[in-house]
Design a protein around this ligand. Structure first.
Ligand code: PLP
Length: 413
């Protein structure tokens, strides 16, 4: 674990967080390189000698340092935009280890992905298949494709992060897949490679994954009968992490059950949260304590623009004091930010001993934290720091006030 108390002060690996606050200020994201690497190795090593590629889902946290660290240890990448493609290439990744997901790839995105030679497109509709074919034809190339299907299984997660049901905007209904594969198979500009699904995020049980796998394997067999050969299965991401004391998926057991079902098919996984979620924390300062007869609010310097997921889909983040306090006001605190929205909370009803000026760490915020942050309320985005052993590196500068409007123009009258 990259985060622990040493002499009552929270550390990331061997670095004292109070030192980081002094150097880089607050609020702040802090990541543990060792945790990132170990989380990725856990997926990779569970496959043993089975053909596989672990493609980190870039949208979980797209900082260049994160991408570069993962690229150095051999990770592939799951990208969803040309911005993510250029980021991973800039960070040193090999295009041939990238899969391109997303429901609305533009012509420019498809062209660029073909130019650099990505491993596969995860295609999400017939219309998109036609577009990819057209671009490949214009370039006189063959585009490698995989069709994203909806296996219609309930991921049993928050509805906003559930993606594998029939009513989802993602992928195509598994029962409609065959004609689309036939079209791709018959096109001189498309090469059928795989079959893809991604049923949701923060799954804490394997059964929905294995149900989806069974359905996908039935389709592989049907395609095989009409001589359309699938060479890899992409089972997406979605492995949940421990936010509190809940049970979650045993990654090794999950991967072993996949291997037991797929014979020699290559397997791609696209974990995001499971790689970076617990490898990052968000540091924030208590500005004011505000109590009335109903509620105890700790007003903090971090807000929903810095960390959106508690407001968007009710993620629970453990709150730890940076300095283990022995004094302060004992209450059940709501941690609320400075933004003018009632939804601006980062944690609700937490029993803590607090004083103004204390620093707190919101745990498990490495994924969908900084990457979902915005400038709402004209708040500069915070700094990010990577820790490795006793070293710390600023991997994104705190934005300045000037950064907030240097791309804007007033009208001339
Ligand atoms: C978001 C997403 C992922 C990553 O999901 P996690 O829950 O972070 O593992 C993987 N694949 C696709 C297609 C996604 O949309």
């Amino acid at each position: 674990m990259g985060f622990s108390y040493q002499n009552h002060i929270l550390h990331t690996e061997s670095v004292n967080i109070t030192d980081l606050i002094e150097i880089y200020g607050s609020p702040l994201y802090v990541y543990s390189r060792t945790d990132i690497e170990n989380n990725w190795y856990e997926f990779d090593q569970a496959f043993g000698t089975h053909p596989h590629l672990v493609c980190y889902a870039v949208k979980a946290n797209s900082n260049l340092a994160v991408l570069n660290i993962l690229s150095k240890i051999g990770s592939g990448f799951d990208i969803v935009s040309i911005g993510e493609l250029e980021r991973v290439l800039f960070a040193g990744a090999d295009a041939s280890r990238c899969v391109f997901s997303g429901v609305a790839k533009t012509k420019a995105e498809i062209k660029r992905a073909l130019e650099v030679g990505i491993f596969c497109f995860n295609v999400e509709s017939m219309a998109e298949m036609n577009r990819i074919e057209q671009v490949a034809k214009d370039m006189d190339m063959q585009a490698p494709i995989s069709l994203r299907v909806n296996p219609n299984v309930d991921a049993k997660t928050h509805p906003y992060i559930s993606t594998g049901l029939k009513e989802s905007k993602f992928g195509v209904d598994i029962d409609d897949a065959i004609p689309i594969y036939q079209m791709a198979h018959n096109s001189p500009y498309l090469t059928v490679k795989g079959l893809d699904c991604h049923i949701g995020s923060q799954l804490i049980e394997v059964s929905p994954f294995l149900d989806a796998l069974d359905k996908v394997l039935e389709l592989v067999a049907k395609l095989d009968k009409i001589s359309i050969r699938i060479t890899h299965l992409d089972l997406g991401g979605g492995v949940g992490i421990k936010y509190d004391n809940e049970q979650t998926i045993d990654i090794n057991a999950y991967i072993v059950s996949i291997i037991n079902k797929v014979s020699d098919l290559k397997v791609i996984l696209e974990p995001g949260r499971a790689i970076i979620g617990n490898a990052g924390i968000f540091i924030t300062k208590v500005e004011f304590l505000k109590q009335n007869s109903y509620k105890s609010f700790a007003v903090i310097d971090g807000a929903m623009n810095d960390l959106l997921s508690p407001a968007l889909y009710q993620t629970y983040h453990q709150v730890l004091p940076v300095n283990e306090n022995t004094k302060g006001v004992d209450a059940n605190w709501d941690l609320v930010g400075p933004i003018c929205e009632t939804g601006d909370f980062l944690a609700i009803n937490r029993k803590l001993l607090l004083s103004e000026g204390d620093y707190l760490a919101l745990m498990s915020t490495g994924a969908y934290g900084f990457s979902m942050s915005s400038n709402y309320n004209s708040r500069p985005r915070v700094a990010e720091v990577m820790v490795s052993g006793n070293q710390h590196t600023l991997v994104r500068e705190r934005e300045t006030i000037q950064d907030l409007f240097n791309k804007e123009y007033m009208v001339d009258d």
